[in-house]
Design a protein around this ligand. Structure first.
Ligand SMILES: *Cc1c(COP(=O)(O)O)cnc(C)c1O
Length: 370
């Protein structure tokens, strides 16, 4: 089976698996307990808090561990906006955000917030000027993802961050798809809030983090009310083993991603498709190396998917929307027709993908010609 859906979830790295098994055996104590094993668990989690903070140019006190990017996104919006000190009621997002952002905004609308949705340019990128155009005196938060999970396109986060900073508007960025793959620095990017996920870089599912600038000085509403864990923002016993696994993923993923980038697999796929005489369109430009969104107008998608179920894990659109009849909101925002969207695949590679895997994929695509 060739796995081509790493943007939905990356397979657990072998090093992470070993660390998880060891942590589940040895680091089972509650990190809030004052005995020796509890202290050990606390030290372990704080080491990884520090590691993540170092990677992104933040302070460890500004990192909260969560269950993943969805929860981090929830905290980014709700913890800040639902606190009593927040008077402004206008929020700006982009049309290419992860589905969970739209769900959060629907909830906020019911709480009296108004939402502006910025469209991408034809390259699948959110221009800073389009964000600037919709800012008002009432804007409290802007949220624009770093790298899009369907196209792999990279948004100009530093530029948008600067704009928000100048106007005193909070800026959040969902970095689930970029973390570990491209460099992130919260000061250089002028972000106040940033979301991370463990399972997009070979860590376990159910662990992620959020960066909150000056966390201690803020008036935050907990998204999970609990016994004061994670500075009161996120209740529940801290998931020490998962955090340890996340830490190993953080320290190992990037190196293998860099060797993956050198293989230029995306270029190889494009070249082989051309050689095979397959008609295709690439959606989005200047993308990260692990994602390619391909429209195949002359391919029988039903046949391609059905005949190769056992051979490839291929996603039509993104994981969250592929099982629905509804077309991808990202492709719609790019201006694709429903028909074109139906003929589009989001292919996302693991770091160990081989050129022979691509050869098999291209052969299958060629065979499914209409
Ligand atoms: C996967 C993904 C999420 C959701 O992350 P979870 O950790 O699974 O909650 C959010 N945003 C983006 C951009 C993603 O790719």
């Amino acid at each position: 089976m060739i796995y081509l859906d790493s943007a939905a979830s990356y397979p657990l790295l072998p090093e992470v698996k070993i660390s998880l098994m060891k942590a589940f055996e040895e680091c089972y104590a509650n990190s809030a307990s004052s005995h020796l094993l509890g202290t050990k668990a606390l030290l372990e989690t704080n080491m990884i808090r520090e590691q993540l903070a170092d990677m992104i140019g933040a302070y460890p006190s500004e990192i909260v561990f969560t269950s993943g990017a969805t929860e981090s996104n929830n905290i980014a919006f709700k913890s800040l906006l639902l606190s009593t000190s927040s008077k402004k009621k206008h929020v700006v997002i982009s049309a290419m955000e992860h589905k969970c952002i739209f769900a959060i905004c629907d909830f906020l609308k019911d709480q009296g917030f108004s939402i502006s949705i910025v469209m991408p340019n034809k390259h699948g990128v959110i221009d800073a000027s389009s964000v600037s155009d919709v800012l008002t005196e009432d804007t409290v938060l802007v949220s624009i993802m770093h790298v899009n999970n369907e196209l792999g396109t990279v948004n100009p986060i530093a530029e948008i961050g600067k704009l928000c900073f100048k106007k005193g508007i909070l800026f959040h960025s969902d970095a689930a798809q970029s973390f570990g793959k491209t460099s992130i620095h919260v000061d250089d990017m002028n972000v106040d809030l940033m979301s991370f996920s463990g399972h997009k870089i070979g860590g376990p599912k159910g662990i992620g983090a959020i960066y909150i600038r000056d966390l201690r000085k803020r008036d935050l509403v907990p998204v999970i009310h609990g016994a004061g864990q994670e500075q009161g923002v996120r209740g529940g016993t801290v998931a020490t083993p998962l955090i340890i696994g996340f830490g190993v993923a953080m320290s190992t993923f990037h190196k293998s991603y860099q060797s993956f980038e050198k293989k230029m697999i995306r270029d190889y796929l494009v070249e082989q498709l051309s050689n095979a005489g397959v008609e295709f369109i690439i959606n989005g430009s200047n993308t990260l190396a692990h994602i390619i969104s391909l429209s195949l107008p002359k391919t029988n998608i039903g046949v391609l998917v059905r005949d190769n179920e056992q051979a490839f894990c291929l996603a039509q659109g993104s994981a969250c929307s592929s099982k629905e009849i509804e077309a991808s909101h990202v492709l719609m925002a790019l201006g694709l027709s429903r028909e074109e969207a139906e003929h589009t695949f989001r292919i996302s590679f693991t770091n160990d993908i081989q050129k022979t895997d691509i050869d098999s994929l291209v052969a299958s695509i060629k065979k499914a010609k209409k």
